[in-house]
Design a protein around this ligand. Structure first.
Ligand code: PLP
Length: 399
């Protein structure tokens, strides 16, 4: 027995690999600061936990409808109307086992060998691999710091071919935190209007983590003419600090939602019934804590951006949202560590930071744009300060 060709096309998630490496080191007693994980350090709100406990007590412990309970679908319909001005009927929404599963269902249900999916780089690590698993071809478009890590309309136009099936947009972005304004989305939408065969996967997972009063916008709202061919994707993981509960969802064309449910019916079946009850509470409950949490993240962003820019050879743009920074360090490439190792790639740099400074970050190569690294600042101010001091010292020690 050998692994399938589809499996051989993908690699294990590099971000999950760093997280388990950090856990291993901590178990071995090493004083390592993990800035690799993509999850808030806040806890799931108590009212959400209570709803889950009540669901267990009430016997909501059986199979549910494959792609979501009527209660959760109603809460999602209300959320899209409330937050995004988007009208979806219940047969236009789907609930999946985390946002990653939403991606998997949408791509595997629609992409065939030869199909192209446009993925602006840097990108969330799962986009290319899910496309490859489905047999499609990710088409990367470099969107570097000079253009604010955002895809430009002329780049999108140039990347579209008759084989393009999807373009993936992610705002605010993992790994850079860059967010598209409504005007920027409209300019991309103007291009897409000329190419009616291209569908839009709008990953809005970090919608509620935005700074400096940045107004969130999503393309189906900004360009109503694209509504029919946009899958608007969101989830509970990041906004409600519910990464372990595994609830992702999307709104889109009813045929696509049905196709995704067909695939789900033969794979996971329904998402956990208790997690769905918790998600109903999260989406229908008081949303005011979202702003408080975003404000706390903003303080950490400012701390980390300031301290990293003070490190020799590191340039750290200021993100609009999410909880990552994506500093670049081309000035350090070619230098050597105190023990004589050459920093020739961003893998070498993150290995140096882990081995010598005991700080775990993720190499930019995993996100498709080097030399850079992703640092998650979803941890305490004290740990962030200590981690940035270690990085500053490690950079200063390079020769
Ligand atoms: N989309 C983006 C951009 C992400 O960063 C993540 C998680 O890291 C997800 C989707 C999926 O989140 P989950 O599967 O945990 O709900």
């Amino acid at each position: 027995m050998n692994p399938s060709a589809a499996l051989n096309r993908i690699k294990p998630s590099p971000t999950l690999a760093i997280t388990s490496r950090v856990q291993e080191l901590k178990r071995a007693g090493v004083d390592v600061i993990g800035l690799g994980a993509g999850e808030p350090d806040f806890d799931t709100p108590d009212f959400v936990k209570e709803a889950a406990i009540k669901a267990i007590r009430d016997g909501q412990t059986k199979y549910t409808n494959v792609d979501g309970t009527p209660e959760l679908k109603a809460a999602i319909v209300a959320k899209f109307a409330r937050d995004n001005g988007l009208t979806y009927a219940t047969d236009q929404v789907t609930v999946n086992v985390g946002g990653k599963h939403t991606l998997f269902n949408a791509i595997v249900a629609t992409v065939e060998a030869g199909d192209e999916v446009i993925v602006p780089a840097p990108y969330w690590v799962s986009y290319p691999d899910v496309v490859l698993f489905a047999g499609g071809t990710p088409v990367f478009v470099a969107a570097g710091p000079a253009q604010g890590y955002k895809l430009l309309p002329e780049q999108l136009e140039a990347a579209i071919t008759p084989k393009t099936k999807w373009v993936i947009l992610n705002s605010p972005s993992n790994p850079t935190g860059a967010a598209y304004t409504a005007a920027e989305l409209k300019a991309l939408g103007d291009v897409l209007e000329r190419h009616p065969h291209v569908w839009i996967f709008s990953d809005d997972m970090y919608e509620h983590i935005l700074y400096d009063g940045f107004d969130f916008a999503t393309i189906a709202q900004v360009c109503p003419s694209l509504y029919e061919r946009t899958l608007t994707v969101n989830g509970c993981s990041k906004a409600y600090a519910m990464t372990g509960w595994r609830i992702g969802y999307a709104g889109g064309a009813s045929w696509l939602i049905k196709a995704m449910a067909k695939l789900q019916s033969q794979s996971t079946s329904n998402p956990c019934s208790i997690a769905q009850a918790a998600a109903v509470a999260a989406l229908n409950g008081d949303q005011s804590f979202l702003k408080e949490r975003a404000a706390a993240f903003q303080v950490r962003r400012d701390l980390v951006v300031g301290m990293l820019n003070a490190a020799e050879g590191i340039t750290c743009p200021k993100p609009d949202g999410a909880f990552y920074v994506y500093p670049e360090f081309s000035a350090l490439i070619g230098k050597s560590t105190p023990s004589g190792k050459l920093i020739d790639t961003d893998e070498a740099m993150v290995a140096y930071l882990l081995d010598d400074a005991k700080v775990a970050a993720v190499q930019g190569a995993a996100f498709g744009l080097s030399p850079a690294m992703r640092i998650s600042y979803a941890t305490s101010d004290a740990l962030l300060t200590s981690a940035c001091e270690r990085i500053q010292a490690a950079c200063a020690a390079l020769r």
